[in-house]
Design a binder for this molecule. Structure first.
Ligand SMILES: Nc1nc2c(c(=O)[nH]1)N[C@H]1C(S)=C(S)[C@@H](COP(=O)(O)O)O[C@H]1N2
Ligand SMILES: [Mo]
Length: 437
């Protein structure tokens, strides 16, 4: 881990004057309690239409396009079922990115704007809540299955706000470029999740003494018989953390189908690859999971940095897990013009693996001088943390805005971008260039 506790103390104290308004503290109002028939028909038409075209996108319900700031970064905005128009990377399986301004508009990402990522194209378009069951099996004393009603009735309900971020978020910015989904910065979202503790379920089933890992599977499945099913496993200690929950609600509503209705695993602080959607099967293992999605995919160079020299292959790898510290400026875009001679408020968010954000520093001159940003409302250690910073732009000057977050154990963002062949864990200090008019 990169620790900069000592360094952070050397940073000049700022005189930022921003006052945070907490306008965004209420939950976004969501009215999609499932698919209406009309919406479903229209949406399944979209899906069928796209499927017929073999996943090649030739029909956009919404015709607008967004250009991400890298080569081949043009994305159409299309509304999928229960979703507002999002940036489409692939349609089959759906991979939809949240337009970045959403993170400025809402601290809790609205369900209909939350990004979507599936690996396999066989995804149920309907789940019958009355027959749905969650199974717990494997190295347990009692094989159990629960209906949704039993889950809600028989276990303590818990709620927590946590960031769900794809390990490949921001992969499109890797230089040299790497294969994989070319995400901008919108393969993440922050939501309040409601459900039951995984450990309560495991305790009810009773772990056998030789239990080593817990494997999770959802209702999605591969199209071709040779493709491995998407299953992920956690070590027992990690699975028993009290924050790990099996969630049935997101921001107070049922989960959108594309985000895992009716149940998904929430692993706060860990990358989203472990947050199995449409979760219906929990299997306790007596040996380490050797399947494709653990053994071959979502792995990092086995080195504290999780990186190698650009272009090199790592000699050994380990499964990725905890998120790095990140921060973003959300209300300004590179290339924009800003007004001079009166204060401008720079707004942003920061998050980490769950120690909580301690401080955020802002530079307007490309990192030569730093000042403290004003940290906003605390929604819990796993949430986005809002921050603000004010300065007065001088006419004619070009500003290079940067933000730099440090968590409570002194972990910080990187000054230089790390590189690994799969494009994971980006958390370099980002730079926005703005001109004061
Ligand atoms: N069942 C299932 N769960 C899954 C996946 C999947 O392909 N199938 N993808 C994982 C990955 S890699 C990511 S980034 C997140 C995406 O979550 P979202 O679609 O709700 O944003 O789901 C995770 N859970
Ligand atoms: Mo992911």
């Amino acid at each position: 881990m990169q620790r900069i506790g000592a360094f952070a103390q050397q940073l000049p104290e700022g005189n930022a004057v921003g006052i945070l308004s907490n306008k965004n503290k209420t939950l976004p109002s969501l009215n999609d309690s499932g698919l209406t028939r009309r919406h479903f028909l229209r949406s399944s038409l979209v899906l069928a239409g796209l499927a017929l075209l073999g996943g090649r996108l030739t029909w956009a319900e919404e015709s607008s396009l967004v250009d991400l700031p890298f080569e081949r970064g043009r994305r159409p905005l299309i509304a999928f079922p229960q979703k507002r128009p999002l940036m489409v990377m692939t349609t089959r399986p759906p991979q939809l990115e949240t337009p970045f301004h959403i993170f400025n508009d809402h601290l809790l990402t609205p369900n209909d704007a939350f990004f979507v990522r599936w690996h396999l194209a066989n995804i149920p378009t309907h789940v019958d809540i009355n027959t749905f069951t969650l199974h717990i099996r494997g190295r347990v004393q009692r094989h159990l299955s629960f209906s949704m009603e039993e889950l809600k009735r028989d276990f303590e309900q818990v709620e927590l706000t946590a960031v769900c971020q794809c390990a490949g978020n921001s992969r499109g910015f890797f230089d040299p470029r790497v294969p994989g989904g070319q995400w901008g910065n919108g393969a993440m979202g922050n939501a309040t999740w409601t459900g039951v503790r995984l450990r309560d379920l495991l305790q009810r089933a009773g772990l056998e003494a030789n239990a080593v890992q817990v494997r999770f599977n959802g209702l999605d499945s591969p199209v071709a018989s040779g493709t491995p099913d998407f299953r992920k496993s956690l070590d027992i200690e990690d699975a028993l953390r009290k924050q790990v929950i099996v969630a049935y609600a997101m921001n107070g509503e049922r989960l959108p189908l594309l985000n895992g209705y009716p149940l998904r695993l929430i692993v706060p602080g860990w990358y989203a690859t472990y947050w199995i959607k449409m979760l219906n099967d929990i299997e306790v293992l007596s040996a380490v999971d050797e399947e494709f999605w653990m053994k071959r995919a979502y792995r990092l160079p086995a080195d504290p940095c999780g990186c190698v020299e650009p272009g090199e292959r790592p000699t050994s790898t380990i499964p990725l897990s905890r998120m790095t510290v990140r921060s973003f400026i959300t209300n300004l875009q590179t290339g924009a013009s800003i007004a001079s001679n009166h204060p401008i408020t720079v707004k942003g968010i920061a998050f980490d693996q769950g120690y909580g954000i301690d401080r955020v520093f802002v530079s307007v001159d490309g990192g030569q001088q730093w000042q403290s940003a004003k940290i906003g409302k605390d929604y819990g250690d796993f949430s986005f943390r809002p921050w603000e910073f004010r300065f007065i732009p001088v006419a004619g000057r070009t500003y290079q805005l940067q933000s730099f977050a440090v968590n409570r154990i002194g972990e910080a963002q990187r000054w230089h971008a790390r590189w690994n062949p799969s494009g994971y864990l980006r958390n370099v200090v980002e730079t926005l260039t703005l001109k004061a008019m």
